[in-house]
Write a protein that binds this ligand. Structure first.
Ligand code: FE2
Ligand code: FE2
Length: 332
């Protein structure tokens, strides 16, 4: 299945490759890590910049829907947990921007592309967080889907990306647990609280399924990315794993997954389920989701509001360098 996919979707065959490309592919096939200063095909570099950049943007835009609830967390303990989680996401963004920078793109360039709409972030963050139960659903489903994606990426071929993923995954499992813990609390609460939990699941189920990207038959970059081990599983494989993991968790909560066609399939050893509405997915990606303008507006404002601080840091660094130069001069 994997070999078939790689062949049919346009990754280069060996006789189309240059000797350099063959040597590079052999290193990847031996599970060697590719490091920043080493030779790599231009397509590999570009695909990684796009993927890591998009991932970094998703981490920092992903702070916004949850940041929305920090001031309204129901208890001091919940507030402290949510704060820690949202701060972790900022850290994930930073590791990933650093990893992208090793490929020869600056953080400023990446952010400029985010702000001008030329680079994307995960479509999930263009949905609103309407109630406290959404903090549960986001941690449980959105961080849960992120883990599903990121655990295999710990083995990705590019060294800095792989190492960033190892650290990020440790924190993501805390995020998923804190979300599920909120859901457990709400589901053990009053009928109104349980109804809020159900409503949050209803709204986030399909957007969470969309996080794995379009169906394999419509996914353009898969084959080459898989040959390069930038992508380790297909979108549909990961989506299936996510559904199989999440349905029993919903049952444990006493909640209903909003899919009348959801059914255990003994033969495949997994659930059959309805596809998300892909026209909605493409509309959100194109900028027409419920919160696209608000999210991008918040990012641009944060960038502009922080200009004085970045300039201050640069001025300080320039002065420190001058002082160091003067001291060296005096010592000579
Ligand atoms: Fe994260
Ligand atoms: Fe997270």
């Amino acid at each position: 299945m994997y070999a078939q996919l790689v062949k049919s979707e346009g990754s280069k065959s060996r006789d189309e490759m240059t000797p350099e490309e063959i040597a590079f592919q052999d290193r990847i096939d031996r599970n060697e890590k590719i490091e920043p200063k080493e030779w790599m095909p231009e397509g590999y570099r570009k695909t990684l910049i796009r993927q890591i950049g998009q991932h970094a943007h998703s981490e920092i835009v992903g702070q916004l829907p949850e940041g929305n609830w920090i001031t309204r967390a129901p208890t001091l303990e919940r507030k402290a947990i949510l704060l820690a989680k949202v701060q972790d996401e900022a850290g994930h963004g930073l590791y990933l921007y650093c990893a992208a920078e090793t490929l020869g793109v600056s953080r400023d360039e990446l952010l400029e592309k985010l702000h001008s709409g030329n680079m994307k972030y995960s479509s999930i963050f263009n949905y609103p967080t309407l109630t406290w139960a959404d903090m549960g659903a986001v941690g449980w489903l959105v961080d849960g889907a992120a883990i599903m994606n990121q655990v295999p990426l710990q083995r990705t071929s590019y060294g800095p990306y792989s190492r960033a993923m190892i650290r990020i995954c440790k924190e993501e499992s805390f995020h998923q647990r804190q979300g599920y813990d909120i859901m457990m609390k709400m589901c053990a609460g009053t009928p109104e609280q349980k109804a809020m939990a159900q409503d949050a699941l209803n709204r986030f189920w399909y957007p969470a399924l969309m996080m794995f990207g379009p169906s394999d038959k419509d996914s353009v970059h898969s084959a080459q990315s898989m040959a390069w081990k930038i992508k380790m599983n297909t979108n549909d494989e990961l989506r299936q794993k996510f559904v199989d993991q999440t349905v029993p968790q919903a049952e444990y909560l006493g909640l209903t997954v909003p899919d009348p066609d959801l059914k255990w399939n003994e033969d495949k050893g997994g659930y059959d389920f309805s596809e998300p509405d892909w026209s909605e997915f493409f509309a959100v990606i194109a900028g027409n989701g419920p919160c696209n303008a608000e999210r991008l507006g918040a990012r641009v404002k944060a960038w502009e509001d922080g200009a004085w601080f970045r300039e201050g840091l640069m001025a300080h660094a320039a002065k420190a360098e001058d002082r160091a130069r003067a001291a060296r001069h005096a010592a000579e």
